[in-house]
Ligand binder design. Structure first.
Ligand SMILES: [Zn+2]
Length: 432
């Protein structure tokens, strides 16, 4: 009640001046034919005008799109011409996003993290708080946890991995490499990865089998600059990219999509050379220090790495290579089997439905992504997990649903980890 009243007061003050997203609406569109899906994909290429927050190639699957007041009528006309079913999902996007930012800020003040004990699931945490939690784990579980500085973000934030073992001291175990927060606005991603860390370390007895012959190495926040930036204000809430500026022909734009910046089919389909685009692949492969960090992690563990798992949102998918071509890898059955173990476990746990398949076939090409890179570098299992849609525009599950989502996600991650340990029980060298 107190929070609601405060939000109302602060919200009214904040809304008094004109700001980004004033008058914007969110529409939900549901294409049911191949022709309608194609029409929406064509519109989505014009990302400056039509900000599609999700779009898949599955008929009947709805997508959300953010529409400015200037193009609303034009947009509706196109939908009506193509007979595409649509409805209004949010009539005042600016106001909704303001409320969300304020709620996040208030919860942070009301429920501060003391720097010791497990991070709760009642709110989203800053990069600094997540790092403090890693320090706390290393202090409390010195025999099973080690931290390592693996690089710095463009703005100088320290990026650290946590290595989780069962403490038996055996070297050369297989590795599961996991990361979160590639894309700034996907807040439920680092929340889920941090919860998974907590389960592996603090709930060790229940998860000991996952650490018997495997070490888990986790980088919870890849794009630390973008993640922090997305928490600043309503105009930055939907930030996706890194924060390194690029100037081309005198025009400066910020950030590169770190998940298009990898040097494997770099700047292929599904990546943009427009430096102001949300899917800009960067001025060159690995121009972003954050992508370099993940690349180096992939290579340093490629002799032991069995599964690479990068956690994004949203859409409820387990996606596997390739992302640069519709062709499927020779080992597609192995990938599918492990992915289905995750989807089945989540279904049994909460009833949520995940779709498992190749990135390109389920969504669209997205060349230069980390999952393709890890796969070609020798991880036999490589996934992008897209967590469920939440909130008004998909990237914003309210704080009250974090607990449910991170627990559900862990059930899926654990099931995939277990399947991997069963499928590849011997040291990796045996399978090479
Ligand atoms: Zn993402």
């Amino acid at each position: 009640m107190l929070i609601k009243t405060l939000l109302l007061v602060v919200g009214v003050v904040a809304l008094a001046s004109a700001e980004k997203y004033d008058g914007y609406k969110v529409f939900e569109v549901t294409p049911t034919t191949a022709d309608q899906i194609e029409a929406l994909f064509t519109l989505s290429k014009d990302a400056d005008q039509f900000d599609f927050l999700s779009l898949s190639r599955i008929p009947g699957e709805s997508a959300r799109v953010l529409i400015s007041p200037e193009i609303e009528q034009y947009f509706k006309t196109i939908l009506e011409q193509k007979n595409i079913r649509y409805q209004l999902a949010d009539s005042d996007f600016g106001r909704s996003i303001t409320t969300e930012i304020l709620e996040n800020r208030l919860l942070r003040q009301l429920k501060p993290y003391s720097g010791s004990g497990r991070l709760g699931t009642e709110r989203y945490y800053s990069h600094e708080e997540i790092n403090a939690y890693l320090d706390d784990l290393a202090a409390r579980y010195p025999s099973r946890v080690t931290l390592k500085v693996v690089g710095k973000s463009y703005e100088g934030r320290i990026l650290r991995t946590i290595t989780i073992t069962n403490g038996d001291g055996r070297l050369g175990k297989n590795v599961i490499l996991m990361d979160g927060a590639f894309h700034a606005r996907e807040w439920i991603s680092p929340a889920s990865v941090v919860y998974a860390i907590g389960e592996l370390v603090e709930n060790f007895e229940e998860n000991a089998e996952l650490l018997q012959d495997y070490d888990w190495i986790v980088l919870p926040v890849v794009n630390a600059d973008g993640y922090e930036y997305s928490q600043l204000s309503r105009s930055t809430r939907l930030w996706r990219k890194t924060r390194q500026p690029v100037t081309i022909n005198g025009k400066e734009c910020y950030g590169t999509d770190p998940n298009r910046n990898f040097g494997f089919h770099w700047m292929g389909k599904g990546a943009s050379s427009n430096h102001c685009s949300d899917i800009y692949a960067g001025p060159k492969p690995f121009s972003e220090p954050e992508a370099v960090v993940v690349r180096d992690l992939i290579h340093s563990y490629s002799d032991r790495g069995i599964m690479y798992l990068t956690v994004h949102s949203f859409g409820s998918y387990v996606l596997y290579p390739w992302g640069w071509t519709p062709d499927l890898p020779d080992t597609v059955e192995d990938l599918h089997e492990v992915g289905m173990a995750g989807a089945d476990a989540i279904k049994a746990y909460s009833g949520s439905t995940y779709t498992v398949g190749s990135s390109t076939q389920l969504l669209d090409e997205a060349a230069g992504a980390s999952d393709d890179y890890a796969f070609q570098a020798g991880f036999p299992i490589s996934f992008t997990m897209e967590l469920p849609r939440g909130g008004l525009y998909g990237f914003d599950p309210p704080a009250s649903s974090i607990d449910r989502l991170v627990k559900e996600t862990w059930v899926g991650i654990r099931a995939m980890g277990k399947k991997v340990t069963e499928k590849y029980p011997m040291p990796k060298a045996v399978y090479l």
